[in-house]
Design a protein around this ligand. Structure first.
Ligand code: PMP
Length: 292
């Protein structure tokens, strides 16, 4: 792949010139918000949902984005066009901007905005058919009263610490519980289980990201006639589920076949998981906002 063209604060620059200040509070404090977005077949997947979530996260941290949603969408689309990105993974970031060495955002007059049209491979291809192992991290997901997981902020240390646990255990992903021991989500994915033909996923209020892939899977499951319930559950329910899968923009939808050494169901991608994965692929490749 050649050099990418990056959108940076209103300009399109070569990736070697795409630099932000060491005084940017996104760098110094993780003060900012972002989105991970997919392009499939020349279309942005659920573009409006991503832009809305970015502005909602910014509002929650009192970060005034100096672009309208329409201008932000255009910057996203134009970045894809300039990189001829028809299928890819796009990162859209708004930081608090350049300030001084203190915490206060009042010293940061102008947010930095950048957009990278790239690609991502989170897990080996064979895991999508054979399934992946999960471990439960000892690291608990942030409480919504501390840093609400609904805010997709640049501060991902909570998730990174759990990911390190997964890596050290030889697993690709870690399951995170909330402070009460209720199953929350993974470091970069939402979780679903299936028991007796009913699909369950944790509700947003227990402290998870309102995943856009999660929303899509819920819609598709309903369309296909499955019963799907947003309900709290524990690790016991995961271990004894018939099926389990994860969803996320980068991961897409991926079956889970073991959790903490317990084999889930038959230890293969189950029928409902397979049906939803296929429905997701089909939907992703035929819907979205045209790039070109
Ligand atoms: N949870 C977390 C913590 C995430 O980082 C992500 C990835 N953005 C998800 C869930 C999945 O969300 P989405 O489907 O919107 O990518």
């Amino acid at each position: 792949m050649g050099k990418r063209i990056i959108y940076l604060d209103g300009e399109y620059v070569n990736e070697d010139e795409a630099k932000i200040s060491v005084f940017d509070h996104g760098v110094l404090y993780g003060d900012g918000v972002f989105e991970g977005i997919r392009a499939y077949n020349g279309r942005i997947f659920r573009c409006e949902d991503h832009i809305d979530r970015l502005y909602e996260a910014a509002k929650a941290i009192m970060l005034d984005i100096p672009l309208s949603k329409k201008e932000m969408t255009e910057a996203l689309l134009e970045t894809c066009r300039r990189n001829d990105c028809k299928d890819g993974y796009i990162r859209l970031v708004v930081t608090r901007g350049k300030g001084d060495l203190g915490l206060s955002p009042t010293k940061c007059p102008k947010p930095s905005i950048f957009c990278i049209a790239g690609s991502i491979t989170l897990y080996p291809e064979e895991m999508y058919t054979k399934g992946m192992p999960l471990i439960t991290a000892t690291q608990r997901r942030n409480k919504a009263t501390i840093v609400d997981p609904q805010i997709k902020s640049l501060n991902y240390l909570n998730n990174i610490l759990a990911k390190i646990e997964a890596n050290r255990a030889g697993a690709a992903e870690a399951l995170m519980l909330n402070h009460d021991g209720i199953v929350a989500e993974c470091t970069g994915d939402n979780i679903f289980i299936v028991k007796d033909n009913v699909i369950y996923t944790p509700p947003i209020y227990i402290g998870i990201l309102d995943g856009i892939t999660r929303r899509t899977i819920i819609e598709l499951a309903k369309k296909l006639g499955y019963e799907i319930v947003e309900k709290e559950f524990t690790l016991f329910n995961v271990y004894n589920a018939d099926e389990c899968f994860l969803t996320g923009t980068a991961a897409e939808a991926i079956p889970v076949t073991t959790v903490d050494g317990r084999v889930i169901g038959e230890g293969v991608a189950g029928p409902i998981t397979k049906a939803l994965l296929a429905a997701f692929k089909e939907y992703a490749n035929s819907n979205g906002t045209d790039i070109f």
